[in-house]
Design a protein around this ligand. Structure first.
Ligand code: CAO
Length: 466
């Protein structure tokens, strides 16, 4: 007999809930207490269980709906033994007499087969887009809400296969929510728990595998989390992203998700170096360049990398290898109207300061004039991002994957420093080194930063090979 399961009492202070997932489809057999929909309040995300067992004949909700108390969720054709008297539309005895001959165990075995078939034959490879397009939305379009079970009688069942597969996904609401947030389609994830139950770790491992694959296509898109409806909270304006912005977003997301990153901080006394820079900058200008703090840092970093090859390496997790790079190509972050560009100074370790000053000025000007060639932004082995011309006391730059480290530089300030007998005004430069912790240990990073500090404070050390 047909019964309609409704949204139960919502609790004090909760007027409505949002449907974030529909866990069953028309044609599904559900058990009593099985989750039907996942709803979200401002405080929590919960599954609403079925109060009866039977076969779903009608869905009254779709993802994105907002429901109030007592809103109908599904109508199901109830089975004899599993009736829930308080929600029934017909007496239990009639329901029992009209139950189909198909036994509960038969139904259960059909479900189990469907699940194992889905895993064995279809490796749940529809992809996020396919699933999104074919699931709830398709059903919603085809089935207007609100009709009773009898109104639907005789109609061909809607597309149930994708929903059925989805309804069988064994995952807790927290896991479903996490998967949605990181853009993973749960139908493509194999669970490692009992009965194939999917855990958050399974989702993370799956996401990492996808990212490794995506990383093989450096310009490919990165799975994106769906934005909530921000217009609900006030007017919004949408603008298409520029290509530079899209690539930046993809690259930074890939780097952030691929490499576990840590940032170490250090401060170097660059008082003497600044005096040197001012004294000699005219000579570099004569050569067509600029003797800036960034140019000096490129030289110092390039020299230090020869002594710390791990920070000039790349990580190949597919083959479990560290790829040491003989060349030292330093990428320099340049702020342009179009967004962040990172041209590369090739063989920085083999160039003198004047050559670096000329190369950097040329690349920075052409970056801002949109005249850089794509190959001039490729192949870096380490990056420097100097925000000191703008301000700031420190920041955590994101490693420019597939590099394993990046130096962030903030604004040098004159500060009192204790020299053992008195405080003296010294120009102090904040340095922040972010690194891929899979290959660079904290101690390696600290030693590298100490090396940079020493060289910036005693530049002659570079001439001595440190
Ligand atoms: N502390 C204090 N002053 C600094 C400084 C620092 N760390 N770095 C630069 N300055 C000063 C320079 O000395 C210069 O001062 P003067 O005009 O008195 O000589 C002024 O700031 C401007 O420097 P600059 O920008 O001409 O030259 P630069 O080599 O220092 O920087 C470049 C070049 C391309 C790195 C810079 O223009 C730039 O684009 N920086 C932004 C990088 C960025 O966006 N990073 C964020 C990326 S996300 O991680």
């Amino acid at each position: 007999m047909a019964i309609t399961i409704k949204l139960p009492e919502l609790g004090e202070g909760v007027d409505s809930v949002d449907v974030v997932a529909v866990l069953v489809a028309v044609g599904d057999r559900v058990e009593k207490d099985q989750g039907l929909i996942e709803v979200e309040t401002e405080k929590a995300s919960v599954e609403v269980p079925s109060t009866a067992a039977g076969t779903v004949t009608e869905l009254h909700v779709a993802e994105g709906d907002t429901l109030g108390e007592n809103a109908p969720i599904i109508t199901l054709e109830e089975e004899a033994q599993a009736s829930a008297p308080e929600t029934k539309e017909e007496p239990a005895s009639e329901s029992a007499s009209e139950s189909p001959s198909e036994s509960a165990s038969e139904s259960a075995s059909v479900q189990t087969d469907a699940e194992s078939d889905a895993e064995a034959e279809e490796p749940r490879g529809g992809g996020a887009e396919g699933q999104r397009g074919g699931g709830a939305e398709e059903l919603t379009d085809e089935e207007p809400k609100g009709g009773g079970a009898d109104e639907r009688a005789g109609e061909a069942p809607p597309t149930v296969a994708p929903r059925k597969e989805r309804a069988l996904i064994p995952a807790a609401p927290t896991v479903r929510r996490f998967a949605r947030e990181v853009g993973v389609d749960l139908t493509t994830v194999k669970g490692s728990g009992p009965g194939g139950r999917i855990s958050i770790d399974d989702v993370k491992a799956h996401a990492n595998r996808l990212l490794s694959r995506a990383a093989e296509r450096p310009s490919g898109p990165v799975a994106a989390a769906e934005l909530p409806d921000l217009a609900r909270f006030g007017p919004v304006r949408r603008e298409p992203m520029s290509k530079v912005r899209r690539l930046t977003a993809d690259n930074l997301t890939r780097a952030w998700l691929n490499a576990p990153q840590v940032t170490n901080h250090e401060v170097a006394d660059v008082t003497d170096l600044e005096a040197f820079r001012k004294a000699y900058k005219g000579r570099v200008e004569d050569a067509g360049g600029k003797l800036t703090m960034t140019a000096i840092l490129v030289k110092v970093v390039a020299s230090a990398l020869k002594l710390h090859p791990t920070l000039n390496a790349a990580v190949d997790m597919v083959n479990a290898e560290i790829v040491y790079r003989e060349s030292v190509h330093i990428g320099v972050a340049v702020d342009t109207e179009r967004g962040l560009l990172v041209p590369v100074i090739r063989d920085a370790d083999r160039r003198n300061l004047t050559e670096i000053g000329v190369a950097l000025e040329d690349l920075a000007v052409r970056a801002r004039d949109k005249k850089l060639k794509p190959e001039e932004m490729q192949g870096g082995t380490f990056s420097i991002s100097n925000l000191g011309g703008i301000g700031g006391t420190g920041f955590s730059p994101i490693v420019n994957w597939p590099e394993v480290a990046i130096l962030g530089v903030s604004r040098a300030r004159t500060e009192p420093q204790w020299d053992g007998s008195s405080f003296r005004p010294r120009l102090m430069l904040p340095l922040s080194l972010s690194y891929d912790h899979r290959v660079v240990d904290g101690a390696d990073a600290a030693r590298f930063l100490a090396r940079l500090k020493d060289a910036l404070e005693e530049p002659m050390l570079i001439a001595l090979g440190f």
